[in-house]
Design a protein around this ligand. Structure first.
Ligand code: SF4
Length: 564
C-alpha cells in the first residue's frame, strides 16, 4: 500500500519498542533536556520524545523472570525503592545444581559468575508496567498498539523515522471497513530497542551490512511458567540454576527457578538455538525438566498461572552489529547487549539506552544527527561497565560449540583470563547451520509420502501442559482476519525439501504450536496458526532454510504477559 495518504507525525527522538532500553533511554534523555533547559534559559526548547510499542499496553510483551543488577536503575532513579519499584526480593538463597535424570547434585560453592549476592529477583513485566507511567509523566509520549512496520530513509540513505503498521487489512490482503493506514513518524534520531531479533533491526543490519566481520548472532530460547504454590512454600529471593538433564550434552542451556512474592515461583528452561537434532522441542524439554523428581517436588500442590517464551541473544560482544549510523542507534537486546554467562540483560539494556540518551543529547546540542555525531555512542559504550562486562564473557556461549563438557572446561579458563579462554576469540556459524538432517538420526521415511513424526507429547495438565494450553495462559490474541505475520517466503521448500531433509522442525521449535503439519498435494507443509504466536522469534532464527520472516502483526496483537 505505497500510494495511500498517511498521517505524519514529527518528533525529535523516536524509540521503537517500549522495553527497558527504550524506557530508560527516553526517561534519561528527558531529564538531560530538562536540566539543560533549566540551566540555559530553555535553550533547547520544547522537544518531543516518543516511544512506540507493538503490544496492546506498554509491558504486555515484556518477559524476563530475572535476577537484576540494579546499578543502572539506581543511576536513573536513585529513589526507585521509595517509588515502589516492584522488585520481588534481594537474592536471599542460591543453589547451583547439576541434574541427572533422577538426581540433583548441588554444587558446594556458587561459581563466582553465578553469584547473585546483592542482585534482585524481578519480573521484567512488572518492572516495565511500573516504569511506564513514570516515564510518561516525565513528558515522554508512549504509544502502544503501534508496531514499527518499516524504516523510513531519505534519498541519501539516512534513517528518518518509522512507518507504523496498517490496521484493518483482511486475511485476503484487502482493506476492511475499519482500515486505517499506518502513520509515518519522522524523527531526528530513531532508536531501535525492539528486543531480541528485532524485525526492523534485522532489515537494517542486512541493508547496511552492520554485522560485517562479526560472528552471526547466536540465540537461545527461554520457555517459562509462573506457578502459585501453597502458602509459605516459596522463599522470595531464592535463585536456582541447573545444568544437565533434560538437555543432551550437545545442547546449550539450563534451568532456572526464582522465588517471587505472594507464593509465586518463576520456573523455566533455556535451550540454545544451535542444537543439531531437528526434532529438538524446547517446550517438550521444559516439560521434562518439570518432571525431574527435584523440580516436580517443588511444584507439588501448585497451580500453573502464566506462560511465555522469548529468545535471548547470546552472541555478546563478538556478535554485536555496528549500533550507530546516520539517524539511528540500536540498543538493548537488539544490539546484543546481554551477558550470556550470567543470563542478564536488563541492566545492559537500561544502561545502553541511557548511553544512547547521552549521545542524542549531545547531538541535539550540536544539531547534528549523522553517523559522525552518533558515533559517540560507541565511545560511551566502550568506556562503560557494560562493555567491560561483555568483554569478559565474549567467548562464553561459543565455548559450548562442542558440547557441555568441553564448554565447561573452556569457559572455566575464561574466568581467570578475562574472557580469552584457551584459544582467544572463537568464531562460530549461525545457530540454524548446526542443524543436521534427519537421516543423521536414522530417521528414514520407509516409502514415498511417509513422514517421520516425533511421538506426541503426553501431558497430564497438572505438571505438564500441551503447547496450546500453555499459550492460553500467555493471554495471546491476534485478530484472525489479517494476513499472517509469519511470512514463509517459499512454501515449495517446506513441501519438497524440508519434509524429507529435516522433518519440518518448525513444528518442534515453535513453543506456541503455530506450525502444524498439514498434508497437501505433493507432500506436507506447515499450516500456520499465527494467532497463537507469542512473538518469541524462534522460527525466524532457527528455520534451517531461513525462509521464515517474522514481521509485526496488526498493533495490539500478541501475548498479554502478566508477572513474567
Ligand atoms: Fe515464536 Fe515463531 Fe512460534 Fe511465533 S511462530 S511463537 S515467533 S516460533
Amino acid at each position: 500500500m505505497e500510494n495511500i495518504e498517511r498521517d505524519t507525525l514529527e518528533v525529535d527522538v523516536l524509540f521503537v519498542g517500549a522495553g527497558p532500553a527504550s524506557l530508560a533511554g527516553a526517561f534519561h534523555l528527558r531529564q538531560l533536556i530538562n536540566k539543560h533547559n533549566e540551566e540555559h534559559n530553555n535553550a533547547l526548547g520544547e522537544l518531543t520524545i516518543a516511544v512506540i510499542e507493538k503490544g496492546r499496553e506498554v509491558g504486555s510483551h515484556m518477559i524476563s523472570g530475572a535476577v537484576m543488577d540494579a546499578r543502572p536503575l539506581t543511576e536513573l532513579m536513585p529513589d526507585w525503592k521509595e517509588r515502589g519499584a516492584p522488585v520481588e526480593s534481594e537474592v536471599t538463597e542460591e543453589d547451583v545444581s547439576y541434574l541427572t535424570k533422577t538426581r540433583k547434585i548441588k554444587s558446594p560453592i556458587i561459581p563466582p559468575p553465578l553469584n547473585n549476592h546483592g542482585k534482585y529477583v524481578v519480573s521484567l513485566n512488572k518492572l516495565i508496567r511500573w516504569m511506564a507511567p513514570i516515564v510518561e509523566e516525565s513528558d515522554v509520549m508512549l504509544i502502544p498498539e503501534f508496531p514499527g512496520a518499516s524504516l523510513l530513509f531519505d534519498d541519501a540513505g539516512k534513517v528518518i523515522g518509522v512507518r507504523t503498521g496498517d490496521k484493518g487489512i483482511g486475511k485476503d490482503g484487502e482493506p476492511k471497513d475499519n482500515f486505517q493506514p499506518g502513520a509515518d513518524i519522522f524523527a531526528k534520531v530513531t532508536v531501535l530497542g525492539e528486543g531480541s531479533r528485532g524485525s526492523l533491526t534485522k532489515k537494517l543490519v542486512e541493508k547496511l551490512g552492520l554485522d560485517e566481520g562479526k560472528n552471526p548472532q547466536v540465540y537461545a530460547v527461554g520457555v517459562k511458567e509462573i506457578w502459585e504454590l501453597p502458602k509459605g512454600r516459596v522463599t522470595p529471593g531464592f535463585v536456582m540454576h541447573t545444568l544437565g538433564y533434560p538437555l543432551p550434552n550437545d545442547v546449550f542451556g539450563g534451568g532456572f527457578v526464582y522465588g517471587m512474592q505472594n507464593d509465586l515461583l518463576d520456573i523455566g528452561l533455556v535451550v540454545g538455538l544451535d542444537y543439531q537434532d531437528p526434532f529438538t522441542d524446547p517446550h517438550r524439554l521444559f516439560n521434562e525438566f518439570k518432571q525431574h523428581p527435584a523440580i516436580a517436588a517443588m511444584l507439588e500442590g501448585g497451580k500453573m498461572l502464566h506462560y511465555g517464551a522469548k529468545t535471548i541473544p547470546e552472541g555478546g560482544l563478538l556478535s554485536q552489529p555496528k549500533y550507530y549510523g546516520d539517524g539511528f542507534l540500536i540498543v538493548g537486546d537488539s544490539a546484543s547487549f546481554l551477558n550470556s554467562q550470567k543470563l542478564k540483560g536488563i541492566h545492559m539494556a537500561m544502561k545502553s539506552g541511557m548511553l544512547a540518551a547521552e549521545t542524542i543529547f549531545e547531538a541535539l546540542l550540536a544539531d547534528k544527527f549523522d553517523e559522525a555525531q552518533l558515533k559517540a555512542f560507541d565511545a560511551k559504550v566502550k568506556a562503560s561497565y557494560i562493555h567491560k562486562e561483555l568483554h569478559e564473557v565474549r567467548n562464553f556461549h561459543q565455548a559450548f560449540r562442542h558440547g557441555r563438557i568441553w564448554g565447561l572446561i573452556e569457559s572455566g579458563f575464561q574466568v581467570p583470563t578475562k574472557g580469552f579462554g584457551l584459544l582467544g576469540d572463537i568464531h562460530v556459524e549461525a545457530g540454524h547451520q548446526h542443524m543436521k538432517k534427519q537421516h543423521y538420526y536414522n530417521r528414514w521415511p520407509k516409502q514415498a509420502g511417509e513422514f517421520i513424526q516425533a511421538e506426541p507429547a503426553k501431558c497430564d495438565n497438572k505438571l505438564t501442559f500441551e503447547k496450546v494450553s500453555d499459550v492460553f495462559r500467555s493471554g495471546t490474541e491476534h485478530d484472525e482476519d489479517q494476513p499472517p505475520h509469519l511470512k514463509v517466503l517459499d512454501t515449495n521448500i517446506c513441501i519438497e525439501r524440508c519434509t524429507v531433509e529435516y522433518g519440518n522442525p518448525c513444528q518442534y521449535f515453535c513453543p506456541a504450536a503455530v506450525y502444524e503439519p498439514e498434508e497437501v498435494e505433493g507432500g506436507r507443509r506447515p499450516k500456520i496458526n499465527f494467532s497463537n504466536c507469542v512473538h518469541c522469534k524462534t522460527c525466524d532464527i532457527m528455520d534451517p532454510y531461513q525462509i521464515i520472516d517474522w514481521v509485526t502483526p496488526e498493533g495490539g496483537g500478541g501475548p498479554n504477559y502478566i508477572n513474567l
